[in-house]
Design a protein around this ligand. Sequence first.
Ligand SMILES: Cc1ncc(COP(=O)(O)O)c(C=O)c1O
Length: 405
Amino acid sequence: MSTLADTPLATDFPCLRREGIVYLDSAATSQTPQPVIDAMDDYYENHRGTVHRSVYALAAEATELFESARDRIAAFLNWPVNCTIFTKNATEALNLVAYTWGRANLGHGDTVVTTQLEHHSNFVPWHMLCEQTGADFEMVEVDDEACLRLDQLDTLLAKGNVKLVAVGHVSNAAGTINPVAEIIEKAHAAGAIVAVDGSQAIPQIPVDLGELDADFYAWTGHKLYGPTGVGILHGRKELLDAMPPFLGGGHMITSVSVDEIRWGQLPAKFEAGTSNIAEAIGLGAAVDFVSAIGMETIRAHERDLCSYALDRLAERSDVTVMGPLDADRRGALVAFTHDIAHPHDIAEILGSAGVCVRAGHHCAQPLMQRFGVAATSRASFAVHNTRADVDAFVDALGEVRRIFG
Ligand SMILES: Cc1ncc(COP(=O)(O)O)c(C=O)c1O
């Protein structure tokens, strides 16, 4: 197995070559390594054409680059290529399911279950769906460690009318790694399908979708060292085949006449219009980048940083960490409140020391409400971070104490 010692570190990320930057906000968006930038540049400089439309060399090369990226992304996660759909981001992928599967399959008497840990992108679309279809919206709460109350899920599933469970794989706000395999098993046994938001899981932990058996799995490219503007929806073939299209337009049809429109095959049926070609190619390069290091290696490295950060924060009596305190049960981030300083003040003071952390509700307001806070500060770790970065972050918290007395 490779180790991070012989793999690309901060210097491989052009933006991190800037003096004095300690980037601890990869859970918001990751930095972009040179090979990903190079892959997109190569498309623009040498193979610029549209995909799936023309037969001249440039267009054929562009199509080959685009489809080869899809092949590598699907193989990376062990999911069929034609059920791996390019979207704009995770938000669009989840909305695609809510608008197509959801509006075709839900009505009065049905229930959608989501959780208190969700990012708004896995909460708001289902809420809207329920309002528009008359289905009931239910939320599984978390315990004091920000872990899901599976007893509540059991109670909801036992009612027999749950059609869909929407759950995040790793929480962006508390860090909790959810037992999604167990949740999928329970939901399937109760006749419900499961949509997983894997936006934080894909960059942080090894994921095998074939093994996991989710019905839909959505994630976003810019957190996996890829570009913005590209996300992925993996779906189960029977469901995708039966679903109506999301957007209508070019590429998603086989024939159009005034009387009848026939939809295209998967994945074209869900990829209307000109695709995000450079971004998809960039995401393919991002998958190559993490695959060369190995997701097991990445997880071990980031788990170590997270564990070290938890130990260092435990030295401070002015900080309260949200989520499980065991690094095995959390992703590569620590979110916390401070006894006197507001998260935005913390982010500003740390920022002036070059330490980039996020402050806010992290698009997870139901979770903030559960813990009675409006916001937290969050430091998140990536493949290029080191223990020295964690030290810089915790030392800068000393400055917060000094300023606030
Ligand atoms: C857990 C989780 N889900 C979904 C999203 C939404 O990602 P995007 O805005 O790229 O669709 C994020 C982004 O912060 C996230 O952390």
